[in-house]
Design a protein around this ligand. Sequence first.
Ligand code: LLP
Length: 429
Amino acid sequence: MDAEGRLSVGGCLLSELAHRFGTPLYVLDELSLRSSCRAYREALERHYPGPALALYASKANSSLAITALVASEGLGLDAVSAGELLTAIEGGMPPERIVLHGNNKSSEELALALQHGVTVVVDNWRDVELLTELARGRPGPVPLMLRFTPGIECHTHEYIRTGHLDSKFGFDPDQLEEVLTHLATCRWAQVRGLHAHIGSQIFELEPHRDLAGVLADALQLARRLGHNVTDLNVGGGLGIRYVESDDPPSIDSWVQVVAEAVAAACRERELELPRLLCEPGRSLVAPAGVTLYELGSRKQIPGFSTYLAVDGGMSDNPRPITYQSSYTACLADRPGAAAVETVTLAGKHCESGDVLLRELPLPASKPGDVLVVLATGAYNASMGSNYNRIPRPATVLVGDGRAELVQRRERPDELLRYDVLPERLRSVG
Ligand code: LLP
């Protein structure tokens, strides 16, 4: 906050950023992102007695700039598509620190991973089939990890729960022995790691502790079947604070629980300590991001709601309409002013459900004021769309009073770029 009580991030006044770069605008704080990367790295060093690496789950927010930042902090990266993989490689992430996930990888995506020496996380038998074909005639083995469903329930939105047995991701635990036995006969395959992920936006630590035992059992099985498995990947999932009442554990506590549980589970089974991998997404980037909007129209319904509309909505933040997620928001230039009304913050899309926030207490405001929604750095830009043919916002990276454009705003005319109008449909008058 500056002397006049206006909000700034990374030494940049938010209302000034809005005027300079336009709205809606994603703002990403470099220091916050770097600090979270360091928190993971240092916690792993502190709490795990063996080697360890955090891989940034780039589905949370994939861009060249974010890749370059997390790579410079020594992290690796998890990609789930050719697009995320290309972004990682172009952004300077060393391929040996990248893993490729996906429950239905295309042959092209797998070929790209092989071409760059990226580790493939085998999710199902189709992956094995495709890799067998692609590996034919290639020199050297293909580095693999094997993903399975750990059968662990946790409390989060059902759409983002992945660890329970009825999930589309990974091998069923009952299939693990069969697939490991098969891969032991494949000369091209080098099974280096095992992976399981239980879900996202999780506040509990217990499921992560349970996961360690399940992974250690799988490690024991894989080594017994002759695989030189050196990596255990526990996935991501640590939740963040979106609203005051959210109370997630710190990165340090999460890592401590995971690291100690993995080390203990391996000790109990007399297993040589594997390298510990984890894949945080949200907890790395969400707190580093805010979205700026300009306030526009107002609709007051006596006895009901007051709708205040912003110049974006579900196309730049689909989380409220998809998961009923809550956020915190305030006016950029009067964050501390006393509230005079409670509003429903509506988006501008043609969809009644396009509401970003309900019951938002706000001080007096007028059209043109800049509104800030906090903690939007994860799963906003990356899940955005062009619904209603609305262009995607720009992203600026801020730090030390500097603001740099790292993703430029789309223009409406660019949205027509991929349309093809057949000659016979061209208007004749
Ligand atoms: N690893 C795997 C295999 C994953 O599937 C995910 C998230 C992560 C790591 C990263 O999880 P995180 O640390 O971000 O919780 N769109 C939803 C979240 C979907 C998460 C999908 N997988 C949302 O907006 O809440």
